[in-house]
Design a protein around this ligand. Structure first.
Ligand code: MN
Length: 730
């Protein structure tokens, strides 16, 4: 038993508990701080935590505070500063004890109190396998990251220790926590560059969720330890000798790959344990960046490299700041061996990622610029989070793309490097450079050549964006952009301009209809009746009229059911092209059904045609083929163009006008008619004229879709004497 006084004045009594001294020994004391002062403040936190958690036990039966010490030790192993160590010691006090924020602030300063509060808030997150929930967790974590990334670092230390001691909690809870770690913590660790944390977590998850496979690999690794150690020793000895011949100071060692990564390889490459050659990687740590390349040269001089396995993440670091050179060579005994070369600084970044920026560095402050570039990625996502009434599933999807996509590197005209996910287009590039550049993007040049905006960019491309003052995003862009930022900005713009267009249109439809019915006096009453239709304001009502989800007829039925006005328009001259088939011909506008739709009589689109919709004042949407010759005129009002998709039954029929020219011979009309009818195609009308022995026929046929039409056209071409056939516009 220790001296009871020691708890309060251990310095005087000369006795600190062993577990405190063990922790203290691992803490790096920052430059300019007196080790005794550090010891004193750490002790204060230690004693406070110990006292507050007194009597609490973990599931294993151990005193609860042991967990807090373990978390602090993990933070010390990451070279975190004393404030962070205190945060680790106290991280559960607000949640689980009587301690309050103010109490902590008073005793340890606002900084520590804020850290603990942040961790406490993260602790509230209850995970469920439902995707929305999962996304919600992510969001909360990200939000707290943006405020203070140190909170996340403590949380990772906390999670790591909880995973290490997971065997003590009930099996069903183990499962839940392991899945949460796999789906939330591991991807985030990856994105934050915390590679070592990630693989430790992955291994613990693997052990929890798939204990049988884990044990199998574990025992195989153990039984081959000697052999692997022998080989690693052979390689490291040889490397050391060669490197010292060039006066290169290097720390060379073998690092076993994690159980999980070996298992992943076995599954993905469909190999047995024995067939996996690189169960171990050799790591070479050097002083300076130049030495990395010198080392690489020496290695390649001695061992043949496997070309496609060479990666230089120093010249082009990954966006999670990872830097290293990887090369796989044919080593001694003709065995393939992977070698990773990096400096000590890079090593720290590779192991603990963003956390490396807070660690104590000799003679250096923390590098704020690097932190910003790290957190910049998060800020972008946060902006999306805040800006949208975001669908959590959609958000999760975007996040996964951002987290796991491979990356390419392209350049601005000024030579700045821009990182983008694979398959990015100039639009993605434009939005990445600046939102305004994206919004006004008119065209693009790649390597000085003008290219379509959906061009996939490749590594090393020089990309230049041409902007136009009057240019705006359009629906077409959504078909090919890949970055969440671009997608989000485009969606927001389109949504906004759709609402505005519908609003305007709604007002026009209402006024026009009322005027026709001679009921213009009711306008005010109708507008203010929005609540009767479940809307919150006038604008929503008008918007509904504009997008076709509410008709003026419906409004009358509710507001003035007795008036019974004559709604039906007198049919304008029945057009030759009017549609007679059964079923309803309709199109879909970005998932919205039943908009007011009419079809361009100029081009008669049919299923399979690429189409564009044009918002027409007072008539809703008019649909044209995207090749329709009347579109260039419409093009001046590009903002009113929207892409549409067919929403028809397979049996719906559509009129198509065909113009056929050929030799004016006897029987040609009969031959043409027969070749069409033989395909079971209905002919609606025929008109044929002959002039100067050239026959011109106009057929209107009814087809289901473009494939059927193509078949007829091929068939007609075979008719004797036919020179030319085309789908005619009026
Ligand atoms: Mn904890």
């Amino acid at each position: 038993m220790q001296n009871p006084l020691a708890r309060f004045v251990p310095k005087l009594a000369g006795e600190y508990p062993k577990s405190f001294l063990k922790l203290y020994d691992q803490v790096s004391v920052p430059n300019g701080m007196d080790p005794e002062d550090v010891k004193e403040i750490l002790w204060k936190a230690y004693e406070y935590g110990d006292r507050h958690h007194e009597g609490q036990k973990r599931k294993s039966g151990a005193p609860y505070f042991e967990h807090c010490i373990a978390v602090a030790e993990i933070l010390a192993s990451w070279n975190m500063d004393p404030t962070m160590i205190m945060g680790g010691l106290l991280h559960d006090t607000v949640e689980d004890t009587k301690a309050s924020h103010d109490d902590l602030a008073e005793n340890f300063g606002e900084d520590v109190a804020v850290l603990v509060e942040g961790v406490t808030k993260l602790g509230d997150i209850e995970f469920s396998t439902r995707q929305e929930q999962q996304a919600g967790n992510f969001m909360k974590m990200l939000l707290s990251v943006a405020k203070d990334i140190r909170v996340i670092i403590i949380k990772f230390a906390d999670r790591l220790h909880n995973m290490r001691t997971i065997e003590y909690i009930p099996r069903i809870k183990q499962h839940r926590i392991a899945i949460e770690t796999r789906d939330v913590y591991s991807p985030l660790a990856h994105r934050l560059g915390m590679a070592k944390v990630k693989w430790q977590l992955d291994d613990l998850v693997f052990k929890t969720l798939n204990p049988k496979a884990y044990k199998e690999i574990d025992s195989k690794l153990k039984s081959t330890t000697k052999e692997r150690e022998r080989y690693i020793k052979k390689v490291t000895t040889a490397l050391n000798k060669e490197l010292s011949a060039y006066d290169l100071k290097a720390d060379v060692y073998g690092r076993p790959k994690s159980h999980h990564s070996i298992y992943k390889k076995m599954i993905s490459q469909d190999k047995t344990f024995d067939e996996i050659y690189d169960k171990e990687a050799i790591r070479v740590i050097v002083d300076k960046m130049e030495d990395c390349y010198l080392t690489l040269g020496v290695i390649h001089q001695n061992y043949n490299p496997v070309q496609e396995r060479f990666k230089d993440f120093i010249a082009t670091p990954k966006s999670n700041a990872y830097q290293s050179i990887h090369t796989t060579v044919v080593g001694p005994e003709k065995q393939l061996v992977e070698i990773q070369i990096r400096t000590a600084d890079m090593e720290a970044t590779a192991e603990i990622g963003v956390a490396a920026h807070w660690r104590y560095k000799e003679g250096k402050g923390s590098d704020t610029k690097e932190i910003d570039s790290q957190v910049g990625w998060l800020r972008e996502l946060l902006e999306i989070l805040r800006s949208e009434e975001s669908d959590p599933r959609e958000f999760m999807h975007l996040l996964k793309i951002d987290l796991f996509s491979d990356e390419i590197f392209v350049f601005t005209p000024k030579g700045a490097l821009v990182q983008l996910p694979v398959s990015s287009t100039p639009i993605d590039f434009a939005f990445k450079v600046h939102t305004e550049v994206g919004m006004k993007c008119l065209g693009a040049k790649v390597n000085h050549v003008v290219v379509p905006l959906n061009t996939e960019l490749k590594n090393g491309d020089l990309v230049e964006i041409i902007t136009g003052k009057n240019q705006n995003p359009n629906y077409g862009w959504l078909k090919f952009v890949v970055t969440s930022k671009a997608r989000n900005k485009i969606n927001r713009f389109l949504k906004q301009s759709n609402i505005e267009a519908s609003l305007k249109l709604g007002e026009e439809i209402l006024v026009k209809t009322l005027r026709r019915l001679k009921k213009l006096g009711l306008k005010k009453e109708i507008k203010s009746s929005f609540q009767k239709f479940g809307f919150q304001n006038e604008d929503q009502l008008l918007e509904a009229i504009g997008n076709g989800s509410l008709t003026v007829r419906k409004i009358f039925e509710k507001i003035a059911p007795d008036t019974n006005p004559e709604f039906d328009l007198k049919e304008e001259k029945p057009s030759r092209f009017s549609f007679t088939g059964k079923g309803k011909k309709s199109v879909q506008l970005q998932g919205i059904k039943d908009v007011m739709v009419s079809f361009g009589k100029c081009c008669n689109p049919i299923p399979g045609d690429e189409m564009l919709g044009f918002i027409t004042r007072g008539r809703g949407l008019t649909v044209h083929r995207s090749t329709c010759s009347s579109l260039p005129l419409l093009n001046e009002q590009k903002d009113r163009l929207v892409p549409v998709d067919w929403d028809v039954a397979k049996t719906d029929l559509f009129n198509v006008r065909l113009k056929i020219t050929g030799q004016d011979r006897k029987g040609i009309l009969k031959d043409l008619t027969e070749s069409i009818s033989s395909q079971n195609i209905n002919i609606k009308s025929v008109d044929m004229r002959g002039k100067d022995s050239v026959a011109t026929a106009h057929f209107i046929v009814q087809v289901n879709n473009i494939r059927q039409l193509d078949r007829i056209i091929r068939k007609i071409k075979k008719v004797n004497g036919v020179d030319h056939i085309e789908r005619a516009e009026r």
